[in-house]
Design a binder for this molecule. Structure first.
Ligand SMILES: *Cc1c(COP(=O)(O)O)cnc(C)c1O
Length: 476
């Protein structure tokens, strides 16, 4: 045995296999227990702090002990989002292949900034682009970036929009910045996701540049209002449309929106954080009619597609506009790839995780039919949950599940339905079978029903409706 093999590093290499095995057991236990544990987090903030926020020790701790303590100290502080009865926000679980691929991503620990430092991962992102463009039926030239979420997908796509619109005005924002540039306005309804406003802020356009388009009571953009605003002299314009409102799942009339924007030379960006995936289902694709005519789209892998956090996806019809906004080729120490994909040309990050690997695994596991089936199945289960909970005594159906999102509320005999709705949501969380969150929709409190997990079944719907019925009976 050489001196090298007797080093502590060599010993640690031997231990790694055991550590990964025992961690895999912990992970599998976590997933299996998910069916028995309360879906809500049951540990209090004080408890979690007492366990986790301790002084940093001077001495090292063995890797196995670190993991054991981590599992112990987070107990009760994790929501059951990977389980089959988590219906809060729009939070998907994790497909098995995607979870395992995500482990490998950390194991490989590549810097997926450049082809040169992560060749396989660069090619995996190429494949992800091809598959997603194909699944969604977008133009062949569409470019893609994989980001932390829809927030950064908006930022990336709207940076492309900003550059392209100003270039048409003879202004080079990449070199000259925004001081003195023609102002850009953003047309969007008040139902837009708050991440649009933050993207607009980060891009230096300012939220005052957002002009609100009217919407109907389901949150759908009103084309007549859009036409009026587009016809008024307003300079370079971005129209932000929604494919799947976060409360109702309803879609803006994307065909009319795109047609109107085209006539006025505006850029159309579609926020389809979850709803874009309905385009991959022959049964639901009609909801997005005309969406492929837009200029950019933002969606998530970590919501409806059940890729682990974090995975956002920006898609841009004009790859030149996308690359002009993000490309980073100034440095002398980098090796740029000829003909291969360098993610730094499409992403705002520099060093980054191989975010495509888990997405690639999820798409492979599902296949084209699996994605369509995931969409159709979760829509069907959401329709069941929404109509069956909405039909319980003391409940009211507010918005039926057009896709995988529905809204109900709970009625108070004394008339304070908002208070009653929040109280029932809390009682359902405390009961532990299922988890729903609240929202304020058209000025009233409602319970959101979102079925986004790949592993929810009809049996979970039965268990959940029964639990809600029990809760309503107990807190009548
Ligand atoms: C969740 C969501 C976002 C933000 O996505 P992140 O991945 O959390 O950044 C944007 N728009 C809509 C409609 C959403 O539902």
């Amino acid at each position: 045995m050489s001196a090298l093999d007797e080093s502590p590093q060599a010993a640690a290499r031997g231990d790694v296999r055991d550590l990964l095995r025992s961690t895999a057991e912990q992970a599998a236990d976590f997933l299996a227990d998910g069916h028995a544990r309360p879906v809500a987090a049951v540990a209090s903030l004080d408890e979690l702090r007492a366990r986790l926020v301790t002084p940093l020790a001077d001495e090292a701790v063995g890797a196995e002990a670190v993991i054991e303590q981590l599992v112990r100290d987070t107990r009760g502080g994790l929501l059951g989002t990977t389980g089959p009865r988590f219906f809060g926000w729009v939070i998907g679980g994790t497909l098995p292949a995607a979870l395992a691929a995500d482990w490998l991503t950390s194991t490989w620990d590549q810097n997926a900034a450049l082809y040169a430092c992560a060749p396989a991962e660069a090619v995996i992102e190429e494949a992800c682009r091809d598959w997603i463009v194909d699944l969604l039926g977008l133009g062949e030239r569409t470019s893609m970036a994989l980001l932390t979420g829809c927030q950064m997908a908006h930022f990336t796509a709207l940076a492309a929009a900003r550059g392209a619109l100003l270039r048409r005005q003879g202004w080079d924002v990449e070199s000259d910045g925004l001081f003195g540039a023609p102002p850009i306005r953003i047309l969007a309804t008040r139902h837009r996701h708050i991440t649009i406003d933050r993207a607009v802020r980060m891009l230096g356009l300012g939220t005052r540049a957002i002009v609100e388009v009217d919407a109907d009571d389901r949150g759908r953009l009103d084309p007549a209002s859009l036409e009026t605003l587009l016809s008024a002299e307003g300079g370079p314009t971005i129209v932000v449309a929604q494919a799947g409102d976060l409360n109702t799942g309803f879609y803006d009339p994307l065909d009319e929106t795109v047609a109107l924007a085209r006539r006025h030379d505006a850029w159309v960006h579609v926020d389809g954080a979850f709803g874009l995936w309905a385009a991959a289902s022959p049964r639901h694709r009609h909801l997005l009619r005309g969406f492929e005519g837009a200029d950019s789209w933002a969606t998530d892998g970590h919501k409806w597609l059940n890729v682990p956090y974090d995975c956002g996806i920006a898609l841009v019809a004009d790859p030149d506009a996308h690359r002009a906004a993000m490309s980073s080729r100034a440095s002398s120490y980098l090796v740029y790839a000829e003909g291969a994909r360098d993610q730094i040309d499409w992403n705002p990050e520099w060093s980054r995780r191989g975010r495509g690997v888990a997405l690639y695994a999820a798409l492979r596991q599902l296949g084209r039919h699996g994605v369509a089936d995931l969409v159709d199945r979760t829509c069907r289960l959401a329709a069941r949950l929404t109509s069956e909970i909405g039909a319980l005594p003391g409940a009211e159906l507010l918005s039926p599940a057009l896709i995988n999102q529905g809204l109900v509320r709970f009625l108070d005999p004394a008339g304070d339905h908002d208070r009653r709705t929040d109280a029932v949501i809390q009682a359902i969380q405390d009961e532990g079978t299922a988890w729903f969150g609240g929202t304020t929709w058209n000025g009233i409190r409602a319970m959101r029903i979102s079925v986004s997990g790949w592993n929810t079944t009809d049996h979970d719907v039965d268990l959940t409706v029964a639990a809600v019925e029990r809760v309503l009976g107990a807190c009548a």
